[in-house]
Design a protein around this ligand. Structure first.
Ligand code: GLV
Ligand code: GLV
Length: 322
């Protein structure tokens, strides 16, 4: 029997698979503080955590028995993977299962901002609708426009695939060429400047790391068309949020839709005042189906490590090369 600390309750499908172990679950609506995480990890073999939990060497050293850090997310920028590898601790994530779900949300946001759905809803509820009008709530077409995908991983490709139904032209920029996205989505590989200059919709799908910090800042926003939109379902720190607020306010671009924030859960206050930005509380993977699958995946990773085998979604396989 192993001892597991979970920084939050995850869907039952995953918990059920770990029943034979001793589970200590942090029961709170907000993420635990660092001190609470350290306290929880003490004496545990397994840490199941969320993208909101910073897991550094200090947390790892709270339990010399720690064997695995199983992140309930695909992104692992909250974990010091190098420190984990040095300590022989496996780090796992949940890739694949959330790809299509995040792509769905990306499109929901894109369409919402383009056609002003959130503003329209508020308008209705405020009782402002006085009848059909030629200039009421005009937005932008989506069909046959140009979609620019930054980051051609699984999610970027799934977003690009959906553009076919709208007859869009697809551009992509990525650290390396991806022939699969070119073949299946008819996407054209371009440099970042070209993508920003030519796209009507720019959507971010990169992981967060030192190369993608403020990938979109003032310079990049100024390259975009004044009629263009920016969508971010990746990581907040990829965008300079203050520069974005200025861009939206001063009309360098027409709108934005954000599921992630630079200082999450805080939002740059200027954004809250603007109508041309749609805001969502990091719900990219938040479907019933996907959150259950992520829980099962986390449990499978934990079970593998407890059986002494490399977990299926190990991001630091070096730990197993000995
Ligand atoms: C969500 O943002 C994830 O990384 O799974
Ligand atoms: C995540 O699933 C990605 O690689 O895009």
């Amino acid at each position: 029997m192993a001892r597991i600390f979970l920084t939050r309750r995850i869907p039952e499908e995953g918990l059920a698979m770990l029943r034979e172990h001793e589970m200590d679950i942090y029961e709170g609506d907000a993420p635990p503080t660092k001190e609470e995480i350290i306290e929880g990890v003490r004496g545990k073999d397994v840490l199941i955590c969320l993208l909101t939990d910073p897991i550094d060497a200090e947390v790892m050293d709270a339990s010399p028995r720690l064997k695995i850090i199983a992140n309930y997310a695909v992104g692992i920028d909250n974990i010091d993977v190098k420190a984990a590898t040095e300590r022989g601790i496996s780090v796992t994530n949940t890739p694949g299962v959330l790809t299509e779900t995040v792509a769905d949300l990306t499109w929901a946001l894109l369409m919402s901002v383009a056609r002003r759905i959130v503003e329209s809803d508020a308008f209705m509820r405020d009782g402002k609708f006085k009848g059909w009008a030629p200039l009421l709530m005009l937005g932008s077409d989506v069909h046959r426009k140009t979609l620019g995908i930054i980051g051609a991983g699984r999610i970027g490709r799934a977003v690009a695939a959906r553009a076919r139904g709208f007859d869009m032209k697809v551009l992509y920029y990525s650290r390396s060429r991806n022939e699969e996205i070119e073949r299946s989505c008819n996407a054209r590989f371009v440099d970042l400047q070209t993508l920003l200059e030519e796209s009507d919709y720019v959507s971010l799908h990169t992981p967060f790391n030192e190369h993608t910090y403020h990938l979109i800042g003032e310079k990049e926003l100024r390259l975009m068309k004044p009629s263009a939109y920016l969508i971010n379902t990746a990581r907040g720190k990829c965008i300079d949020e203050r520069a974005l607020a200025r861009a939206l306010k001063e009309g360098w671009i027409r709108g934005a839709a954000l599921d992630v924030f630079e200082h999450e859960p805080a939002v740059t206050p200027e954004l809250l005042e603007l109508d041309n930005v749609v805001l969502a509380p990091h719900i990219g993977s938040a479907s019933y189906e996907t959150r259950s699958k992520m829980a099962v995946m986390v449990a499978e990773n934990v079970r593998a490590v407890l059986q002494g085998v490399m977990p299926p979604n190990c991001v630091n396989p070096d730990v197993w090369k000995k």
